[in-house]
Ligand binder design. Structure first.
Ligand SMILES: [Zn+2]
Ligand SMILES: [Zn+2]
Length: 257
C-alpha cells in the first residue's frame, strides 16, 4: 500500500517534468497527442514489433532459421531470470529512438516506452492477470554518477509508467549499483558478464519486501541478458520467488550507432 502511494506521487511529479509534446517522439515531425505512443505513422510502421514467434525464455524474435521454441543463445546459455518479454527487435530504427532518449535528454520518450511495455504485458496477461502475476516492479538501476550526468534513468521512468498503469508496486531503492561499469557496447558475452559481476547490491533496510516476491525487472534493451541475470541472481539470493524481465527492444547490438 505504502509503495503504491509513493509510486503515485512520483508519477505525478514525472508528469509535470515531462509534459506530452506535439511532435513525433522519434523523428520530430509534427503530430498530435491522439497518435499511438505519440509517434507518427511512419515511425510506428518502422518499428519491428515482435508479433510472430518469440523465444519462450528471453522473448527475442525467432527467425525462420530458428527451429523450436527457444533461441540459439538461450539453448547454449543458462539464464538466471525466469522469463523475458520484449516489444520489438533491436534494429536501426529502435536504436535511433533509444539513442535519442539516452543522449538527447529525452526522458519523455522513456515514459512513452513505459506505455509500450505495459501494452505488451496487457496483451500477454490481461489487466487482472498482470496485476495478479507480480508483487513488485523494479528498474535496472544506473550508477549514481551516470544518472546525474544523464539527468534520469530511462529504465526507472519506464518502470514508473508501467507501475502506474498496471497498479503493481514500484521501488527504486531496493536494488542499486555499487560501482560504475563499462558500456556493454562491443563486448562479447563473457566480457559482459565480468563487467557487471558484483555491480548490484540490495538495500538491506528494504530487503524484507523481496521475501517470496514475484518481481518484474524493467530495462530498455536486452542483448545477452548479462545485466538482467546479474540483477535476478541478487534478487533471488535475497529471497525473491520469481524474477521476470521486461524490455522495449531485444536483439544483437553490434550495429549500434
Ligand atoms: Zn516520426
Ligand atoms: Zn532466448
Amino acid at each position: 500500500m505504502r509503495y503504491n502511494l509513493i509510486s503515485k506521487i512520483a508519477n505525478e511529479v514525472i508528469d509535470l517534468v515531462y509534459p506530452p509534446g506535439l511532435y513525433c517522439n522519434c523523428c520530430g515531425k509534427i503530430t498530435d497527442k491522439s497518435r499511438t505512443y505519440e509517434l507518427c505513422n511512419d515511425c510506428i510502421g518502422d518499428i519491428k514489433w515482435i508479433t510472430g514467434r518469440a523465444c519462450e525464455k528471453c522473448g527475442k524474435a525467432l527467425g525462420e532459421s530458428d527451429p523450436g521454441a527457444i533461441c540459439h543463445y538461450c539453448k547454449t546459455h543458462e539464464h538466471v531470470f525466469d522469463k523475458g518479454y520484449a516489444c520489438c527487435e533491436y534494429g536501426m530504427h529502435e536504436k535511433t529512438l533509444l539513442y535519442e532518449m539516452k543522449y538527447a535528454s529525452r526522458g519523455d520518450i522513456a515514459k512513452i516506452l513505459g506505455e509500450v511495455i505495459y501494452d505488451r504485458m496487457l496483451a500477454e496477461l490481461g489487466a487482472d492477470g498482470l496485476r495478479g502475476a507480480y508483487d513488485l516492479v523494479l528498474p535496472i538501476p544506473l550508477y549514481k554518477e551516470r544518472k546525474l550526468k544523464r539527468g534520469f534513468n530511462q529504465a526507472e521512468l519506464m518502470a514508473r509508467e508501467f507501475s502506474k498503469k498496471s497498479d503493481i508496486a514500484f521501488d527504486n531503492e531496493i536494488l542499486f549499483r555499487t560501482r560504475p561499469t563499462d558500456a556493454m557496447k562491443g563486448l562479447g558475452p563473457s566480457e559482459r558478464k565480468a563487467n557487471i559481476q558484483g555491480a548490484f547490491s540490495i538495500n538491506e533496510e528494504k530487503s524484507e519486501v523481496l521475501s517470496d516476491a514475484r518481481i518484474i525487472v524493467v530495462d530498455d534493451i536486452f542483448t545477452t541478458g548479462a545485466t538482467l541475470d546479474e540483477a535476478a541472481g541478487i534478487l533471488k539470493d535475497a529471497g525473491a520467488a520469481r524474477v521476470d524481465m521486461l524490455v522495449f527492444a531485444a536483439g544483437a547490438d553490434y550495429l549500434i550507432v
